[in-house]
Design a protein around this ligand. Structure first.
Ligand code: AMP
Length: 282
C-alpha cells in the first residue's frame, strides 16, 4: 500500500493511474479506523480497479474545540489496519496546507436546505466544513466513485448535493451502517467509551428498532414522547435530538404521508461523547 503525505506526490500517482485507465474508488475518513470504515473499502474494491482512502481530522467541521481536541488520532495504527485489510491501494495523509492552501477556513455552501436540518441546527458551520474538505479531496483524488457511510446519512445526502451542484464527475455511493455485536453503530468516538458506557449505549440502536416497530402504528408525537421517556431514564446519557424525517428532504415530519420514505435520526451524549445513529423505517 502506498502512503502519500503531500498533495504533490498524490497527484503524480493519480495522474499515472488515470493514464492507465484505472477506475478509482475513494473513501475519505478522519482515521481511528474501525470495521465501519473497512466496509467502505470492501464495497469500493468490488467496484473499482484501485481503492484510495484518506485520513485527515478536518478542523473546520468541528463546532466544538474540545471535541476536536479529544478526537482520537493514531496514524501509525491506521496504516497498520489498512495494510492488514489488504484492499486499499493507497492512503493520503494530507497536511493542513495541502487542503487549505489559503488558511483554515470553510467556504459557504447552499445545499438546498439540507444543511439546515438536524446536524445543521446543532453543529453550526459543520456542513460548510465537510463540504470544503470533501470538495478539495474529490478535486485532488479525482475518483470515479466515492463511498460514504449511511451512519452520517445527512452528510451523505449533502455530498450527493455538493457533487451535483459542482458537476463533479464522481458517483457517490452510500454504504450501510456497520454495527458492533450489541447493535451500537461503529464509530471512532466509541473508543472513548468505558466498557460500561459501551454496554449501555446499545439502547440507542434498540430504541431505533422500537421506533421501526411503532412506525405507522402510533403517531409521531407519541413516538417522540416515548423516546424522551426512554432517555430520561438513562443515567449518564442525554438525548440531543430524535427526529423522524423524510428520507429525501430530511424535513422533520409529524405525520406519515403515503408514498414517502422515512428515517429516524438520533443523537445521544454519553457524558461528553456524542453518538449518532439512524434507521430507515419500513
Ligand atoms: P469518519 O472517519 O467518522 O469521518 O467516517 C468516514 C466515513 O466512514 C464516513 O463516510 C462515515 O459515514 C463512514 N462510517 C463511519 N462509521 C461507519 C459505520 N459504522 N458504518 C458505515 N460507515 C461508517
Amino acid at each position: 500500500m502506498k502512503v502519500f503525505r503531500s498533495k504533490k506526490t498524490l497527484q503524480d500517482y493519480i495522474e499515472r493511474q488515470k493514464e492507465m485507465g484505472k477506475k478509482i474508488g475513494f473513501a475519505p475518513t478522519m482515521g481511528s479506523l474501525h470495521e465501519g470504515h473497512l466496509s467502505l473499502y470492501t464495497q469500493a474494491s468490488k467496484e473499482n480497479d484501485l481503492v484510495i482512502s484518506s485520513v485527515f481530522v478536518n478542523p473546520t467541521q468541528f463546532n466544538n474545540p474540545s471535541d476536536l481536541e479529544k478526537y482520537p488520532r493514531d496514524f501509525n495504527r491506521d496504516i497498520k489496519i489498512l495494510e492488514k485489510a489488504g484492499n486499499v491501494d493507497a492512503v493520503y495523509l494530507p497536511e493542513i496546507v495541502d487542503l487549505y492552501p489559503d488558511g483554515l477556513k470553510s467556504k459557504g455552501y447552499d445545499f438546498d436546505g439540507l444543511e439546515n436540518e438536524m446536524e445543521g441546527k446543532f453543529r453550526s458551520g459543520h456542513f460548510d466544513g465537510v463540504g470544503t474538505v470533501v470538495e478539495e479531496l474529490l478535486l485532488q483524488v479525482k475518483p470515479d466513485n466515492a463511498y460514504f457511510g449511511e451512519k452520517d446519512y445527512q452528510q451523505l445526502l449533502i455530498i450527493e448535493k455538493l457533487t451535483e451542484k459542482l458537476k463533479l464527475p464522481v458517483k457517490i455511493h452510500g454504504v450501510p451502517i456497520f454495527r458492533e455485536k450489541s447493535g451500537l453503530a461503529m464509530s471512532s468516538r466509541n473508543e472513548r467509551l468505558t466498557p460500561e458506557q459501551r454496554e449501555s449505549s446499545k439502547v440507542i440502536h434498540e430504541t431505533l428498532i422500537k421506533v421501526n416497530d411503532w412506525f405507522r402504528i402510533i403517531t409521531i408525537p407519541e413516538i417522540n414522547k416515548r423516546i424522551k421517556d426512554i432517555f430520561d431514564d438513562q443515567r449518564g446519557m442525554m438525548l440531543e435530538y430524535f427526529v423522524i424525517a423524510d428520507e429525501k428532504t430530511l424535513k422533520e415530519t409529524d405525520f406519515f404521508y403515503k408514498g414517502h420514505d422515512y428515517r429516524a435520526f438520533i443523537v445521544v451524549f454519553v457524558n461528553d461523547i456524542r453518538l449518532i445513529d439512524n434507521m430507515h423505517l419500513d
